[in-house]
Design a protein around this ligand. Structure first.
Ligand SMILES: *Cc1c(COP(=O)(O)O)cnc(C)c1O
Length: 405
């Protein structure tokens, strides 16, 4: 395979805006859960493109769908509907609480649609004063100005001028704090059922019950941002299916395209009715190429074999991480669920998650971080068990080098 070695990491700093700090390697090829860089170095992928590549790299079913649709029809705009979009919307409706689907291209866009719909619904039904959005510290909902303002890290939304108003943040899983800010002017609560970027923090089942009850009491909508937790990541098709709390609006992106950009907002008919003709839209949202791939992803992921396989792989990964920790004592805990796990730095290694990521790359393993204190793992849902074992061997080597440099 041909590699263009005149293209280097150094060029990134010349021609790209400096908002990212990519690692030193330039990957050129992937297959399953293995990736190769320009130099031919091989990596095991425990990062999954940030919980996106749910079927690994170049899964035959996805490559097949891409090729087949790629030779048929790519794009029309929403002036016309198309067969792959109708099929995918029907699949999502059949598989979830939802009656209606809106397609977008990214998690932020799906969340933007959800927030605008919630505001419009409240305004239509109850009046303009019902506008408060409640969200949580450390939450992440994307980078458009509305979604980043609803996100729980002010550092990401500061410095861009006046922010969208009426957004209240409270600590996650804090029932008293939530009750204190809730009222009849609350329009919606937006939350991740398990916070990803914020550090792999699961919602307490009791907290979820209270959120749902307060929303019902005050006629507020419950929006689950399942951009990271959705499409099988936690071992259910969507995380809300772990319990009996059902949201009013759900957003899904990342793994929905397995690496191709696509997102969706799901909701009920009564709520969807308020997104009338012309109130919102997207040029690319629901295009046939993206939807054909989304269909292929769901056909593979939404099966007992893959979803149960997530739980088997979770156990292997969790046990392996705990075993490494028993030997080297670097983590205070391994938390999360399914194939979204976080190894949390103990007191001795505070702030050093990035060092573990860098050491892992040097041993041929791709991982993620979630904040400065959590090493995050989000591998393919179908990663071969042998690749989990080999990845853990490499991770142990990385940990050993950090502990005894
Ligand atoms: C990644 C992520 C987003 C943003 O998705 P983009 O596709 O980057 O816009 C939103 N919410 C959650 C929970 C995410 O993990």
């Amino acid at each position: 395979m041909s590699v263009n070695k005149t293209l280097t990491r150094a060029q990134f700093d010349e021609v790209m805006v400096p908002n990212y700090a990519p690692s030193a390697i330039i990957p050129v090829r992937g297959e399953g859960s293995r990736v190769w860089d320009q130099e031919g170095n091989e990596f095991i992928d425990f990062a999954g493109g940030i919980a996106v590549n749910c079927l690994g790299h170049c899964h035959p079913a996805l490559v097949g769908a891409l090729k087949e649709q790629g030779e048929k029809l790519w794009h029309l705009s929403n002036v016309m509907t198309n067969e792959p979009a109708l099929t995918l919307a029907t699949k999502l409706v059949d598989a979830t609480f939802a009656d209606k689907v809106y397609f977008a291209n990214s998690g932020a866009e799906a969340n933007e649609a959800a927030l605008k719909l919630a505001r419009r619904y409240a305004m239509d039904k109850f009046g303009a004063e019902k506008d408060q959005i409640i969200a949580f510290d450390k939450a992440f909902h994307g980078r458009t100005f509305f979604t980043v303002s609803v996100g729980g890290q002010a550092a990401y939304s500061d410095g861009f001028g006046p922010k969208p108003q009426s957004i209240t943040h409270v600590p996650f899983n804090d029932i008293a704090a939530l009750e204190a800010v809730f009222s009849d002017t609350t329009c919606a609560v937006m939350m991740e059922p398990l916070q990803g970027e914020g550090g792999i923090i699961d919602a307490d089942p009791e907290f979820l019950q209270v959120v749902r009850a307060l929303c019902d009491k005050h006629n507020a909508l419950l929006i689950f941002d399942e951009v990271q937790t959705g499409v099988g990541r936690l071992g259910e098709l969507y995380a809300y299916m772990r319990g009996d709390v059902v949201p009013d609006i759900l957003t899904t992106a990342k793994a929905l395209g397995g690496g191709f950009p696509i997102a969706a907002m799901l909701t009920t008919k009564a709520i969807a009715d308020h997104l009338k003709i012309g109130t919102h839209g997207s040029t690319y949202g629901g295009n046939p190429l993206a939807c054909a791939i989304g269909n292929a992803v769901l056909d593979v992921v939404n099966t007992p074999a893959v979803l149960n396989g997530v739980k088997v792989r979770e156990q292997l990964l969790r046990d392996g991480l705990n075993k490494i920790n028993a030997k080297y004592q670097v983590f205070s805990e391994v938390r999360g669920q399914g194939l979204l796990l976080g190894a949390v730095m103990n007191d001795k290694y505070q702030g050093r998650a990035k060092d573990f990521l860098t050491a892992s790359v040097n041993e041929g393993l791709m991982t993620l971080i979630a904040g400065v204190n959590v090493v995050r793992f989000a591998p393919s849902l179908v990663i071969p068990e042998a690749d989990i074992a080999e990845g853990l061997v490499r991770f142990e080597r990385a940990v050993a080098k950090i502990v005894a440099p």
